[in-house]
Design a protein around this ligand. Structure first.
Ligand SMILES: *Cc1c(COP(=O)(O)O)cnc(C)c1O
Length: 410
């Protein structure tokens, strides 16, 4: 019997193997069904694809560049025992309008919102990047926009609160629980239960109940589709390996998915190893978690022995989430993608390295991917190629990175 290709998921029940599904209150089931129906129609509608592609071209600035990172490659060579290393290539999602890959998703979902005849869009945000990307798409497409944000996050990420407000969005701060992303997500879901008739909930990663993990993956797949084409143009082959950081998992899913059935291409996801391996010190559910249900789907979750969702830590706010998308859980268990983690310290070293050697200040999230990529390239051969998703730029992180770098000085 031939096996179905791994790309042929989710099934009609929204399952990626055993993972995914729809674990939500009854009131949301109709809205999720409507969203799936509308999305299936939109995907097959050339007018929708044309609108989206026009926006991706002229508003976001796609295609983003594929960049030969010669200094990082030299550095990998200097670390290598053999003196050889793979060529490191960066997919420059940091060049996207609003600073990261997130806009690929929010524009698609905002267009869907308009198709469904809904005038209002809501979102959850942690560091504020998804909130800013949603507010940007909403402003451009004339939707009213409200963003839920934990009050602790709003305090730490003041600049993004101001950006959202300048874009015409309303930021609703959440004071419950740990006053961070998990609590903001709960509030956004509660809002949606009461407002589904006129409101779309724009989820920010490949998480949540079906059909969100599929929709967000599809919208981010532009990253991998472009990169595959660009690799063939630049070095006439597929890369030997692809590396991306994993928070909820959307930038990684976007760059991995077009390579999933190319089994010669190694795929590696990098989670936030934070301050150390103890529960509460990191945000690495695939490396350290157990299967569980969080925010409407079954996937790997960091939980304490009583089954309560654990606290998480990472220097990068975009990776600071106790769950991960169900398709990654599927890829982990099938062995198609391997997952590892990088600590705060290693990410900070990579942040400095790429800033000073390539002249690119990366997002702290993306610095996790760079840190692993440099070490991996040093174990590879000279004629090989390693593709890294540089998911976003570091403007948002300059204060925090500066503080952490100063704090490390003796
Ligand atoms: C939000 C964010 C991430 C993490 O989210 P994913 O869904 O895992 O991609 C990574 N990089 C950047 C720059 C981000 O803004």
């Amino acid at each position: 019997m031939t096996q179905a290709p791994l790309s042929n998921v989710p099934n009609t029940a929204g399952r990626f193997g055993p993972f995914g599904g729809v674990y939500v209150p009854e009131t949301l089931v109709a809205a999720l069904n409507q969203l799936e129906t509308e999305y299936t129609r939109a995907k097959a509608d050339p007018a929708f694809q044309l609108d989206l592609n026009n926006l991706l071209g002229t508003f976001v600035g796609r295609p983003t560049a594929l960049f030969a990172a010669r200094a990082l490659t030299d550095h990998a060579r200097s670390l290598s025992k053999s003196g050889e290393a793979a060529h490191i290539w960066l997919k420059r999602e940091d060049l996207c309008h609003s600073g990261a890959h997130k806009i690929n998703n929010t524009l698609g979902q905002a267009l869907l919102t308009k198709r469904m005849g809904k005038p209002r869009i809501i979102a959850e945000t942690g560091a504020g990047q998804h909130g800013v990307a949603t507010a940007t798409a909403a402003a451009h497409l004339g939707l009213s926009c409200e963003v839920y944000m934990g009050s602790e996050d709003a305090r730490r990420q003041r600049l993004n609160v101001v950006r959202m407000e300048l874009l015409g969005a309303k930021v609703i701060t959440v004071d419950s629980g740990s006053k961070t992303l998990k609590d903001a997500t709960n509030e956004a879901m509660r809002d949606w239960m009461a407002s589904v008739d006129n409101t779309h909930y724009c989820l920010g990663s490949v998480v949540g109940p079906h059909p969100f993990p599929m929709i967000v993956r599809d919208l981010q797949t532009i990253i991998g589709v472009e990169a595959k084409h660009q690799c063939l143009g630049a070095f006439g082959a597929l890369p030997n390996a692809v590396v991306a950081c994993v928070g909820g998992g959307s930038n990684a899913a976007g760059i991995f998915y077009p390579f999933i059935d190319d089994h010669a291409v190694a795929l590696i996801g990098v989670e936030a190893g934070g301050a150390g391996p103890l529960l509460g010190q990191h945000a690495a559910p695939l490396c350290c978690g157990e299967p569980g249900v969080l925010h409407g789907s079954l996937s790997y979750v960091l939980q304490d022995p009583a089954g309560q969702t654990a606290d998480v830590h990472s220097c990068s706010a975009g990776l600071d989430y106790p769950g991960v998308g169900p398709e990654h859980a599927f890829w982990k268990d099938t062995g198609r993608v391997s997952y590892t983690s990088v600590t705060d310290d290693e990410a900070l070293d990579a942040f400095t390295l790429i800033s000073q050697r390539e002249g690119i200040i990366p997002a702290l999230e993306s610095a996790h991917a760079i840190a692993h990529a440099v070490h991996l390239a040093a174990t590879m051969r000279a004629g090989q190629h390693l593709l890294v998703n540089l998911s976003g730029r570091g403007d948002k992180d300059v204060d925090e990175a500066h503080r952490l770098i100063e704090a490390r000085k003796p």
